[in-house]
Design a protein around this ligand. Structure first.
Ligand code: NAI
Length: 492
């Protein structure tokens, strides 16, 4: 079978392999799953199309999935997030750069949007599958939902027999999706319908992608079962919070090296990501101001000791502005015009529409200066006495992966252990008799006992001594000694 792939530089594989080796040591969850399930091969027969930041940590995930029997094709879910050496190492696998024997990866740092959607198409287009659908993907592992979106839009337009014409208001990315689907519809009018029919399920990594899945399920349009990995407690309460606490300052430092201590940092949104962001900035000595739309989260921020204000009120005070909302249009061009000279603006939510980069580019007289890749100075009224500028990180895309290397291995071991278990759940239960199917075309979270298992896999590495419940105590609390220890509605 053809081994196609596209990475920046295959000769980086050795450097990538060294980093992967060190990451494995920091990813006890994934390594224990390899030890537990390696012989059993629960993912044998699974052909996973993966769309998730192609980092060193993701390399350990990919190689865990293949160690458990899966075949995989991979793309990144962001144009800036790939670590080229990790991508190269995954492609080479146990082979050499001249004779790669690993996994087909289609990802490099600094893709254009057009290239990005091409890579998304590649992970869903398996060699030989046009003549033998058996060879196509049968599982999706998604982050942000772009692979799932492409498939669902493809099916929708094939059913309609035509792809709609883009309107002026459609974002560039959507126009590119429409172009891609117009091309595939002309070449093969049933491509996506055939493909979707074979997909047994999707496991989704992040808040934004999960939101899209619930929308599809509510409209009755979800084409296969989905596991919401994000809302495993060991994902969102760890990756989104402690991961951000690490990777946000890392991104700001690598991009600007500006001292955060003593500065005023404005964090938009106080969900899991916002909590990690605010804590990190406070830890660096910044005075943090939070903006929120939800009274509960606003009150939490106030009780945690942060000033809570509207963005408009604090524009002139902030030195650093970070969006964490997963919403759109949070920092608009007029906001940026009102900021201090050299204020830093960055997004750590999923999509770039949190920050109005298009509006920024339309400001009369504005000039964009590249300081270095993924760090741009936007100069207002350039060449006049009123010249001022702001610094925008990663062109408004998630800065911890654009300007740095994302979350550290240990926290991603929690997230990716959930991903692996979720893939095993959907794949091994796909053949249950119709009346007994645990997973239908809905969105599910993993059972709490598995969530607790993921946490348990990480305790030894940190020298945690867990107290054991006695049988007597367990009876008193009406629990099983082996868990689960909390009811479903418990919030942690
Ligand atoms: P969340 O739902 O817990 O928090 C988002 C918060 O933003 C909510 O409290 C909401 O009320 C608030 N919000 C919404 N619109 C707002 C507005 N206009 N102004 C102020 N606040 C507003 O979601 P979570 O888990 O914190 O995720 C946030 C985003 O971060 C998502 O897009 C998610 O996919 C992404 N994410 C990014 C990661 C990264 O590595 N960069 C890691 C994990 C998640």
């Amino acid at each position: 079978m053809t081994f196609d792939f596209k990475v920046a530089d295959i000769t980086l594989a050795e450097a990538g392999r060294h980093q992967i080796r060190l990451a494995e040591h920091e990813m006890p969850g994934l390594m224990s799953l390899r030890a537990e399930f390696g012989a059993e091969q629960p993912l044998k027969g699974a052909r996973i199309a993966g769309s998730l930041h192609m980092t060193v940590q993701t390399a350990v995930l990919i190689e865990t999935l293949t160690a458990l029997g899966a075949e995989v094709r991979w793309a990144s879910c962001n144009i800036f997030s790939t670590q080229d050496e990790a991508a190269a190492a995954v492609v080479v696998g146990k082979g050499t750069p001249e004779n790669p024997q690993g996994v087909p990866v289609f990802a490099w740092k600094g893709e254009t949007l057009e290239e990005y959607w091409w890579t998304a198409e590649q992970i869903l287009t398996w060699p030989g599958a046009d003549t033998n659908p058996e060879l196509g993907p049968n599982m999706i592992l998604d982050d942000g939902g772009d692979a799932t979106l492409l498939l669902h839009k493809g099916v929708e337009f094939e059913a309609a027999g035509a792809v709609p014409t883009a309107t002026e208001d459609d974002p560039e990315e959507y126009v590119l999706i429409l172009d891609l689907l117009r091309r595939t519809l002309a070449a093969d009018p049933q491509k996506w319908t055939r493909l979707a029919a074979r997909i047994e399920g999707v496991t989704e990594e992040t808040t934004t992608g999960v939101h899209r899945l619930y929308q599809l399920a509510e409209q009755g349009k979800l084409l296969f079962p989905a596991i919401n990995v994000n809302d495993s407690v060991t994902k969102s309460k760890f990756d989104n919070k402690y991961g951000i606490r690490h990777s946000l300052p890392d991104g700001i430092n690598r991009a600007t090296d500006v001292l955060m201590g003593g500065k005023v940092a404005v964090v938009c949104g106080y969900g899991d990501v916002g909590k990690g962001a605010a804590e990190a900035l406070r830890g660096q000595g910044s005075r943090v101001i939070v903006t929120e739309i939800d009274p509960i989260c606003a009150l939490q921020a106030a009780m945690d000791g942060y000033q809570v204000a509207r963005l408009e009120t604090v524009l002139a005070q902030g030195d650093i502005f970070i969006t964490t909302t997963g919403n759109k249009d949070v920092i608009m061009a007029e906001h940026m015009l009102g900021m201090k000279n050299k204020a830093i603006v960055g997004n750590i939510g999923h999509f770039d529409n949190e920050i109005d980069i298009a509006g920024l580019a339309r400001i009369p007289g504005v000039k964009k200066v590249e300081i270095k890749p993924q760090v741009h100075e936007w100069v207002f009224e350039s060449g006049t006495d009123s010249e001022r500028s702001i610094i925008v990180l990663s062109e408004g895309r998630l800065l911890n992966l654009g300007n740095a290397t994302g979350h550290p291995s240990f926290v991603m071991s929690n997230s990716f252990a959930n991903q692996t278990i979720a893939q095993i759940e959907l794949w091994t239960k796909k053949d249950q008799p119709a009346g007994e199917r645990e997973y239908r075309n809905q969105v599910y979270v993993l059972p709490k006992i598995l969530d607790e298992k993921v946490a348990r896999l990480h305790l030894d590495a940190l020298g945690v001594e867990l107290t054991e419940l006695s049988k007597d105590q367990a009876d008193y609390l009406d629990l099983d000694v082996a868990g689960p220890y909390k009811p479903e509605h418990y919030r942690y």
